[in-house]
Design a protein around this ligand. Sequence first.
Ligand code: A3P
Length: 268
Amino acid sequence: LPHGQLGNRLCRYKNYNFLSSYTTAEYIDSLQSFEIRDSDVFLVSYPKSGTIWAQQIITSIYELDGHVNEYFINSQKMPWLEYTGGEYTRRPSPRLFTSHLPQVLMPPGLMDKKGKIVYLMRNPKDNMVSYYHFSNSFADLETPQTSSWFDHVREWYSNRDQYNILFLTYEEMILDLKGSVKKICNFLGKDLTEAAISQVVEKAKFENMKNDSKANYEHLPPEQFSGKFLRKGQIGDWKNTLTVAQSERVDQVLWEKLGDLPLRFIWE
Ligand code: A3P
């Protein structure tokens, strides 16, 4: 989480804040010895990059052969690694996890290209706008003062050679959902028929997902979250929100922080 004021709703581990209602510093620390299986699949992203969208795609893929139970909600099918409460060692392989953890806090067992990571990113202006709306309707979050988006992307991207990792962007998912599903299948070694791919694509469409109670996160209690995870679902909403000066400031920080990396983002 971005560094906000630390109330009793947040706990801290090595400069990072976590929601106390979901985890503890001790648990985050224990992930350093979390045993990775080579079959493990992790979806990793900075919050508001389209995580639950990719989560819907990946869980749908593993539902086709019955590996994932379709009667569970997505956060049970593919739980957040950093939250306590999962009996992860008992899960059958391949285990599916979701995570917002920065690279330094992920289980080191993933290095040497063990397991598989799908790393999702979104252009920082839309990511910021989405986060702004999210933090306004999520009771436990302060309005972020700074953003660790740049560090998250930088650390994961610059350490990519140590991981078996697929980089995917929110924008390419918007522009070519079917192509993105195929890319994910390819990476996960899943050889799906055209009909199966269409089924996954259909379930991942904005309107369908918005009405899918297993996927839309509307199970969160309203006193905790009063907004919508599926809000606008577009590229370029930042143009309706950021001033020209704010947009230029993001351009400048992006250049300073990530300008040396071969990352290019789609803005509209
Ligand atoms: P907006 O707030 O810009 O609408 P995360 O899952 O990481 O919290 O990201 C949430 C963002 O992903 C929201 O962005 C949400 O609308 C978008 N999103 C979720 N599912 C989507 C889908 N099926 N198609 C397009 N965008 C989707």
